[in-house]
Design a binder for this molecule. Sequence first.
Ligand code: PTJ
Length: 259
Amino acid sequence: MDEEEVSLDHPRATSLRIRAKLAHGFKIGITSAFGLFAHGRGEAFDYLIGEETTKNSTRAIRAAAASLLLARHPVLSVNGNVAALVPQELVKLAEISEAKLEVNLYHRGGGREEAIAVVLRESGAKEILGIGSAASATIPEICSDRRRVDPKGILIADTVFVPLEDGDRTEALVKLGKTVITVDLNPLSRTAQMSTITIVDNIVRVMPLLIKTAKQLETETEQNLQKIVKAFNNEQNLCESIERINNRLKRLAKLSRDT
Ligand code: PTJ
């Protein structure tokens, strides 16, 4: 089913449209089959969170926007899922934060990098790092293709935005002293726990808000941006997400006991 074929009055229309985007991404060779499983896991956590942007997500988005604006060499890492879901938003965020876009995949090959580059170019990207032999540098302690990075991008970045990431690379990037910003609906994942700033929310809700917040903060002084980043506590934020899930489950359990 294509995105346009999803009936607007279907009770799960938003969720079905997101699925359709990913299915299309799979069909045109940008999303991997593993990406579809990853999305299923994300959906389950989104359901538990309540499919909305929470207060703690808003707080993390603000800290992420401030961090990107403060960075000297920010890089937005693009995988097959985010390329299918939010390509235009990635290009916009890169423009506002003066960040580089780098394609970095868990599973390379099969023309996926090139297909993702086409989608990003169609969305307005001028420069795309990490394609083919451009990913000539290696970051240590990663088993997947994600260790291959661009010397003009992730290798020299001080701040890396890595939405829908796996734990290995997050840990490696943090060990290299980089600020790591992630978007992950699962607050228990290794990525969520290891990152400097974790936005526990759906990437499709996060990107427009991140762009809006970066625009609002663009004119702030470096000192004020530093204050926002310093005031943010990732551990506390993650605890709040877990508590939210816990409380929602308790409420649902009570409802089913009472009926
Ligand atoms: O395109 P590739 O080859 O680089 O592969 C990308 C995937 C996503 C397959 C790869 O990075 C992977 O295997 O990721 P994981 O380890 O499954 O982690 C993905 C995390 O993203 C999980 O914790 C999901 O809950 C979460 N997630 C999935 N969809 C969304 C999401 N978080 C936010 N928004 C979503 N839409």
